[in-house]
Design a protein around this ligand. Structure first.
Ligand code: GDP
Ligand code: IMO
Ligand code: MG
Length: 428
């Protein structure tokens, strides 16, 4: 039994795609278990850039199967577009499958997400407008459309009809927008079902069998703990559980089957969208990190907010996920910054010093981070491939993180390219 879970520990965009790609070379299965095409996972192969949204990042070099499991919300049009893009680059996609149980993002989900974000009442979350929240709402309300429904004309028509009754009324009466036509949606999605039918399969039995047979099964998280529906900065979160726990419900595998729980964090912090961010930098240094780290959203192109590393939120994230292997990415971006700050405590609004993360999102806006300062380094570290090649201060930075969290950093990423890694321990 060899299972690997890659999850994000901050606010997303930690480099999960790059790490998944590296690990997928030796994987028999690479599985997405939550989220949808709100994700943007970047992989560089030489100078060639791939951005995966819905397809597992393993699609590039996994020799086995790539699975979009039941916990994912699937925009089938986005799926087909991504498949076409990968095929255009001469790569195979015949090994990509979608669970029959996965829910379908329908056009009304995307419109609802978009209209809500346009509502200027100050409650915008800053979503990716991909329809993620509304699709998960329908799943939980038990009115959602699943991939398997695209293969059953009667059921599909009935479900679209039922959904359009409430959605159209909302569009017309609340948002003052045009209504949607049932025939148009039905015809489009029946056609999609016909095109995708060979890829729509049951996935949980095969995955459990693969785990029993000792195959390498890699689960690729999207988003991250601070965007988790329960443990993130609610309501400024996504609508799924991007945690190691989410793997169990999102792919149908038991907790006892999960072994290598790999948490990915950047050497600093970024966030796209709204919500609190205690260690955010609003100065020239924040802008410098944005430029050097190319911190612009892979899905929406929005500039990412940047800030110092926050060990309180990382501790919260490693605890909830039970992380036993850490990955620190983008250490190279910090080269040339003379003094580096790391938040280890917060000062609350009434002057109390705390060393744990809070569940109160509103309070978090007023918490002041208390920093430890570490000396930086000037050397270019992008060519380092062994830990000993790192400057002493870069090692101190890594070891500070390890000692605060009590978890070993098994991989340090020093550049976007697939090979730019310092691997301290082989997991396979
Ligand atoms: P994901 O959503 O977690 O997969 O991360 P994204 O792909 O959205 O964002 C991470 C960005 O950082 C991408 O542009 C990667 O190519 C890039 N990246 C990943 N690791 C490193 C690294 O160690 N150094 C640098 N400079 N860039 C990296
Ligand atoms: P990856 O997998 C960073 C953010 C959005 C918004 C909030 C809710 O690339 O790390 P949603 O569209 O999910 O309803 O938006 O979550 N968000 C991400 N931020 N990386 C992501 O994915 C994200 N997916 C969603 O910006 O703040
Ligand atoms: Mg991303």
């Amino acid at each position: 039994m060899s299972t690997y879970v890659v999850v994000g520990l901050q606010y997303g965009d930690e480099g999960k795609g790059k790490i998944t790609d590296v690990l997928s070379a030796k994987s028999d299965y690479v599985v997405r278990f939550q989220g949808g095409d709100n994700a943007g996972h970047t992989v560089y192969v030489g100078d060639e850039k791939f951005v995966l949204h819905l397809l597992p990042s393993g699609v590039l070099q996994c020799k086995g199967k790539c699975i979009i499991a039941n916990g994912v919300v699937v925009n089938p049009k986005a799926f087909m577009k991504e498949i076409a893009q990968i095929e255009e680059k001469g790569l195979r996609t015949d090994h990509v499958y979608i669970s029959r149980r996965a829910h379908v993002i329908m056009p009304y989900h995307i419109l609802l997400d978009t209209y809500r974000e346009e509502d200027e009442d100050g409650t915008q979350i800053g979503t990716t407008k991909k329809g993620i929240g509304p699709c998960y709402e329908d799943k939980i309300s038990r009115v959602g459309i699943r991939m398997v429904d695209l293969l059953n004309p009667e059921v599909l028509r009935e479900k679209i009809e039922k959904n359009l009754k409430t959605k159209n009324s909302l569009f017309e009466k609340y948002f003052g927008k045009p209504t949607l036509d049932i025939d148009e949606i039905y015809n489009e999605f029946i056609e999609i079902g016909e095109k995708l039918k060979d890829r729509i399969v049951d996935t949980e039995v095969e995955l459990n069998q693969a785990i029993k047979d000792g195959k390498n099964v890699l689960f690729e998280g999207a988003q991250a703990l601070m965007l988790d529906i329960d443990f993130g900065t609610y309501p400024y979160v996504t609508s799924s559980s991007p945690t190691t726990g989410g793997v169990c419900t999102g792919a149908g595998v038991p907790p006892t089957s999960l072994q290598n729980l790999i948490g990915v964090a950047k050497a600093y912090t970024t966030r796209v969208g709204n919500g609190p961010f205690p260690t955010e930098l609003h100065d020239d240094l924040g802008e410098k990190i944005r430029q050097i780290g190319h911190e612009f959203g892979a899905t929406t192109g929005r500039p990412r907010r940047t800030g110092w590393l926050d060990l309180l939120s990382l501790k919260h994230a490693t605890m909830i996920n039970g992380i036993n292997n850490l990955v620190i990415t983008k250490l190279d971006v910090l080269s040339g910054i003379s003094s580096l700050k790391i938040a280890t405590k917060y000062k609350t609004e009434d002057g109390k010093i705390i060393d744990y993360f809070t569940s109160s999102t509103t309070k978090l806006y007023n918490y002041e981070p208390i920093y430890e300062e570490l000396e930086g380094w000037d050397e270019d570290i992008t060519k380092a491939r062994t830990y000993d090649e790192l400057p002493a201060n870069a090692k101190k930075y890594i070891e500070f993180i390890e000692s605060y969290l009590g978890i070993n950093v098994y991989l340090v990423s020093v550049g976007p390219e697939r090979s730019q890694n310092i691997i301290r321990k082989e997991l396979f």
